[in-house]
Structure formats: C-alpha cells, structure tokens
Design a protein around this ligand. Sequence first.
Ligand SMILES: Cc1ncc(COP(=O)(O)O)c(C=O)c1O
Length: 433
Amino acid sequence: MKTDRSRELYERSKKSLAGGVSSNVRLHEQPVPLFFERGQGSHLYDVDGNEYIDYVLGQGPDIFGHSPNFIIDAVADGMTRGLTFAGQHELEIELSEAVQRIVPSADLVRYGSSGTEVVQAALRVARAYTGRSKFIKFEGQYHGWTDSVLYSTAPGLEAAGSSAAPTAVPMSEGMAASSADDIVVLPWNDADALRGALERHQGDIAAVITEPIMCNTNCIVPRTGYLEEMRRLCDEHGIVLIFDEVITGFRLALGGAQELLGVTPDLSTFAKAMAGGFPISMLAGRRDMMSLIGDGSVMHGGTVNSNVMSISAALAALTKLQEDDGAAIRSLYSTGLALMEGLRDLGSKHELDFLIQGPGPVFSVTFTDVPEICDYRSHKSNADEETYERFCRGMRDRGVRLIGRGVWFVSTVHTESDIDRTLAAADETLSSL
Ligand SMILES: Cc1ncc(COP(=O)(O)O)c(C=O)c1O
C-alpha cells in the first residue's frame, strides 16, 4: 500500500498541529495517520490514491456513509437563512418535538456539539438534583476526555487494583487530582458489585453513568436483568441513572438502546449518528431534572449550540431514520449481522480463536480463546490486541479501513458487494496472520 503522500503531509502537519493530528485517538494509526482526499458512500479515498471500504465512519457519526446528499442538501438549504444566530429558530423546535416522540427518556432536551460536553451537563444536572457529588462509572467505558470522567477507560490490570474495589485510574497526565474524589469505578455487568458500592457509599452517589451496551470495550451487551437491576437500585437509592448513548443512540433503534433494551434512564446523552456527520450532541431527560437547566439554576451554555447547520442535519437524519418504518436501521442490522456471520465462518475455516460480539449496527472483533467477554477485565486478560492490530493492517492493505481497537461501525450504504469484498479481504488476511 502506497503511503508516500500521507507520510509527507504528516511530516508537514506535525510542524503546525500537536502530534500532527486533532484528536489523540488518531495519533497511533499505523503505518502513518492517513490523510484523506474524499469520502463517498461507504468508501474513503486517501491522498495516495488508495480506496477503502470504511468501517470507521468517523468513529460512528457517518451512519449514512460519507457525503450523503440529503444531509448536504438540508444543511445547504438551512444555511441560506443563516448559520449561527445565538438565538432561537423554528428548526430546533421541530427537532426537539421529533426527539420527544422518538426517545423514551426525552421529556425535554438541550443541544451541544460534542458528546463530552453533554456528559458534563448530565452530571451537573444529577448533582444539582440530588445535592450529592459522587458518581459511579464503569471500567472500560468512555464518556469523553474531561477530568471528571477520564478514569479507567482502558487501564492496565495492575493499576486497576482489585475487581471488588477498582482503583480509579486517570487516563491522562495533567488531570485535577481532586476529580478522583468524586468518582467510584466499578466493573460492569456485575449487579452485586453495584449493590455493594451503593451500600458502601450510602447517600453519597448522585448518578450512575453507563453505556447501555459497552461499545467502547468489545461491544458487550448487558447480562439479562442487569440494567433493570441498575434501574431498580437507582430508584431505591434516589440516584440519577444516566445512559451514555453517544454510540448507541440513533443506531441501535430509533429511540436508542433505551428503546431496544426497554430500560428508561433519567437522563441520556446522544451525539455521533444523530446528524449524519455534522457536529451535534444532545442531553435528553426527565422534565423535573431538565427543568433545572430550564429555570436557570443549572448552567448550560455554548456559543454554537443549535447552529442552523447541525440542527438541519439532525432533522434530516431523524426524518430519514423514521422513513419506511425504520428501514434504515433495519439495513444496519442486516449488514452488520451478515458481516458478523461471515467473519465467524472465516474464524471456523481458519481454526482461529475469534470472538465476534455486539448487536449488529456496531459490533466488535477480538482474537481470544474465551467464548464470551462480559466485562473490561475479561477483555484485558483475554484479548490478543497485538494480533488484532496485525489483522487491521492486513485489512487496510487490502482496502478495508477498521478501528484499531476492534469496533466496527456499519452504515446504511454498505452494499452486498462491500460485504463480499470485506470478507474476501478478511479471508486473505487471516491466512496471512
Ligand atoms: C460512549 C461515549 N460517550 C462520550 C463520548 C465522547 O463524545 P465526543 O467524542 O463527541 O466528545 C464518546 C466518544 O467516542 C463515546 O463513545
């Protein structure tokens, strides 16, 4: 695979951008962070003339593939009226009314630009509502890069301490040491651990924040009854339950994982797939909680919140997702499940220890000899990350772009031919490993 031009641009980029990239997630792409010329549908084209079937999809937002015309047209149409008003416009009401109909927990909503910031808003609302300051988060889950939540997203097992009472491991230098005072880290999918922590921290916990499906580690689905028990315990202890649906929202079902799994949180956060690639995020939640923002007692701001481009894109995306009784989301499932099935068959053919798990519209691929991974520690102790990296490189050399940590996103525009080509590339790559 030719990468001369990407390498050249990367060298130039490093002179003006810290590390040559705009997000640390992009720092370690091998053999070099790639530079792209354009994206069309399910395909990306880099500056060296390489074409890729893309399963990165902007890390999730490009649910309709790259450059979807209906989104571009909606945004262009919106922009004829203005870009950023720092004032209200009717499209934001239309969007909010659509969300109220679609998302079970959405009595009221507010918009932002990134998932990270609405997670902060959710925690602030939860603290104001309960008058408590600590919150529970789970090992292996990611809720953005701020000091308050950037703990134990991918800790080493030694640093992580005992599974009964995990250490909150900061994932960056320079974080405020005091933020650790407010965080209680637990293993996910373990109702006993949650029950125990709630006993130990009786009366101190404002919120439990969780990915409803743990897409940031192995796309782990909750054990039967786990989220229901979490919901029950939060009610019992007067704790705000926050679902972080930044990945799952508008991807697993119109109303997100909360609709799919039938468990309604108090607050939920959305971003990524919501506007088909345009930057938007949303905090949705119960009227009595969101009213704390509404009456001004909880501060939520943002200069570009509800800008015309992002709201127009989100409205177009939601309209598309609702057409034909949810045909777009059904197509995500059929593509995702076909890929998962095909990859499993290849695992058997090559006699590989290969675990494919997840709901379908997003799923994960892991080299491991265990039949199931159900929490972060079982992932960390059993996943052969080095082999996956080699697999990724082999796939990229064969024209398939994957996320290095095993997550695959699919779009509504991946075709049967994309699936066939992807599986043929996987077949060759697995032979070569
Ligand atoms: C579950 C989850 N929450 C929050 C975030 C942060 O979102 P953003 O990158 O838009 O700030 C991410 C990002 O990947 C995420 O996966």
